[in-house]
Design a protein around this ligand. Structure first.
Ligand code: F0G
Length: 453
């Protein structure tokens, strides 16, 4: 049976059609960087699944319940209770989004020369570690680095490599992180078994374990459907076990919080939490709102309840796989198996005639926009190829991510996207590379400008 959207639509938002000539002009004006387009010139926006989801009628209703008191707001307690029930952590610190939680955590605990291992750091996580002059180390299993290889838990941490790191340089490691699902590695899940293995190493070396929990519910669904002995459990039970293996988490509620803004930092350590709250007051706000409106806290609380519902997760993960299957059928190389929130085109494999330093990912992203007004994002050499000493080398992979906003696009939108990608794929040999004409020093993918080679 077709797995259908487990909702009906109460409010719609028109999308704007453009001609190819208009898109050519807009892209040139944007310096061939789709981050610099106006969103209204995009037809189907798969730039990110972050903050782009559709809220439910229950969430919109909850907005009216927002208590905007500066301190001790009722909405904070509702938010705190939902997060505490899910994660089991004692200190729940709201922040305006995930990277604020990262900044506060890393600024209060890292000293220069520290090392933070992770399966794969997301770009903001890496940047927030590097700005403290610490090292962000990716220790995903070797299978996680081979795009075409099918493995049920390609986000798993390489336990041997983690053991080695903690044995050799453990004194420089203040915490271990695991990102669920592993966004930079293709939205790939981490198994419970692997999380238990990381936990055991953290116990052995007395290190706290933090989850980067942005997509915890999608990860829980993969555990339910792929890990032996888990199929009878609810996604919420599995999620609770994932959190119970950790000592804290950073969270962007813009993903599996089903909200348009928000996040939190949560942990058990009293001293770390006190330092984090002190910095929070300085830069985000009082600890019962952390830079959010009371109504945002209400929307997140409700979102965290909806995101673990089975019909939602079944539809969510299936709709991503559906796009992946269509692209594979069209002969477009993607990271396999399909991730939870996105399909990742292997642009380096798709465009072997474009060298990594001429950015095959950018070539693919721009072609998708020109072809059909579809916006994806490069996750490759532009995003990760610049080192702090100014050297530029090819990133591990050159990917193009097509991230699926939650509850926003229908099956026919996705069919259209597949047609656009297939059309670009069929003329791949005609695509050319790019050179960077404006090269910012940090997080350069957001504002870099290019020209065709
Ligand atoms: N960690 C992961 C794994 C993420 O994917 C993101 C954001 C963050 C942390 C930071 O959260 O945006 O709320 O500050 N990812 C978005 C993306 C931006 O497009 O993948 P934030």
């Amino acid at each position: 049976m077709t797995i259908i959207e487990p909702f009906r639509i109460k409010s719609v938002e028109a999308i704007k059609f453009t001609t190819r000539e208009q898109r050519e002009l807009r892209l040139r004006e944007a310096g061939y960087n789709v981050f610099l387009l106006r969103a209204e010139d995009v037809l189907i926006d798969l730039l990110t699944d972050s903050g782009t989801g559709a809220m439910s009628s229950a969430q919109w209703g909850a907005l009216m319940q927002g208590d905007e008191s500066y301190a001790g707001s009722r909405s904070f307690y509702r938010f705190r209770d939902v997060v505490a029930d899910l994660t089991g952590f004692t200190h729940i610190i709201p922040t305006h989004q995930g990277r604020a939680a990262e900044r506060i955590l890393f600024h209060t605990i890292l000293t220069p020369g520290d090392i933070v291992p992770n399966n794969s750091h997301f770009d903001t996580t890496r940047a927030n570690i590097e700005v403290e002059e610490a090292e962000a180390l990716d220790l995903v299993i070797p299978e996680g680095r081979i795009p075409s290889l099918v493995h049920p838990f390609k986000g798993n941490v390489d336990l041997e490599a983690l053991d080695h790191l903690l044995t050799e340089r453990g004194d420089r490691v203040p915490l271990v992180m695991v990102t669920v699902t592993n966004n930079s590695g293709g939205g790939q899940p981490v198994s419970l078994e692997n999380l238990r293995g990381v936990r055991a190493l953290c116990d052995k070396f007395h290190k706290p374990l933090f989850l980067d929990a942005c997509r915890f519910a999608e990860n829980a669904w993969f555990i339910k459907t792929r890990e032996a002995g888990q199929s009878h459990r609810s996604p919420k039970e599995i999620a609770k076990e994932m959190f119970s293996l950790a000592d804290g988490c950073t969270m962007s509620a813009k993903k599996d919080g089903l909200a348009n803004i928000g996040g939190f930092l949560a942990m058990n350590d009293d001293r770390w939490a006190e330092n984090a709250r002190n910095l929070l007051i300085l830069t985000e706000g009082f600890p019962t709102y952390g830079g959010l409106a009371g109504y945002d806290l209400e929307a997140i609380a409700r979102g965290l309840e909806e995101v673990v519902e089975e019909p939602y997760l079944q539809y969510r993960i299936r709709s991503t796989a559906y796009l992946g299957e269509k692209l594979l059928a069209a002969g477009v190389p993607i990271i396999q198996p399909p991730g939870g929130h996105a399909i990742y085109i292997d642009a380096r494999a798709m465009l072997p005639h474009i060298p990594p330093l001429q950015y095959p990912g950018i070539a693919c992203v721009n072609a998708l926009y020109l072809e059909g007004g579809v916006r994806g994002v490069e996750i490759g050499t532009v995003m990760f190829g610049l080192h702090h000493d100014g050297r530029e080398t090819p990133a591990a992979m050159d990917l193009v991510r097509l991230a699926i906003p939650r509850r926003v696009y229908t099956q026919s939108h996705i069919d259209f996207v597949a047609e656009v990608v297939a059309a670009v794929g069929s003329r791949r040999a005609a695509l050319g590379g790019y050179r960077m004409t404006h090269a910012p020093k940090v997080l350069r993918h957001f504002t870099a400008k290019f020209e065709p080679v």
